[in-house]
Write a protein that binds this ligand. Structure first.
Ligand code: 5GP
Length: 114
């Protein structure tokens, strides 16, 4: 059971603009978008950080990326491009401790990672 703000979104305890959901993951628009398109892809099982991903959960990460790519295709910006980011722990800028993939798009994004 995911016990973060994202868990509350998964359980429909707080509202979110959900754009995709399947048995394994959910995707919703970021409340403070950093680009014209900013969607978070979140597994439904509790995994606090990328460090906590187990070998037997590796497929789940692939499913998150596939869901993001399919969303990009469905929205028509797969070819023009987008960025996928996973922040890990304090120095990585992680603020919600449930593993999630950021999908950023909607025009040219600034280069660099710092
Ligand atoms: P992190 O910094 O952990 O990689 O990313 C967490 C993201 O979750 C941030 O971009 C933040 O804006 C977003 N966020 C935090 N709380 C909420 C919320 O209640 N609803 C939505 N939709 N996004 C949230």
């Amino acid at each position: 059971m995911v016990d973060t703000i994202f868990g509350k979104i998964i359980r429909r305890e707080i509202p979110a603009d959900i754009v995709y959901e399947d048995d394994d993951c959910i995707a919703f628009k970021d409340i403070h978008p950093q680009a014209r398109v900013h969607v978070l892809f979140v597994p439904k099982v509790a995994i606090a950080t990328l460090n906590d991903l187990r070998e037997d959960q590796a497929t789940l990460l692939g499913k998150l990326f596939l869901a993001a790519a399919n969303y990009a295709k469905s929205q028509g910006f797969a070819e023009s491009g987008y960025r996928c980011v996973i922040n890990c722990n304090a120095d990585g800028g992680q603020t919600v401790f449930q593993l999630h993939l950021h999908l950023l798009a909607g025009g040219p994004l600034k280069g660099g990672f710092a």
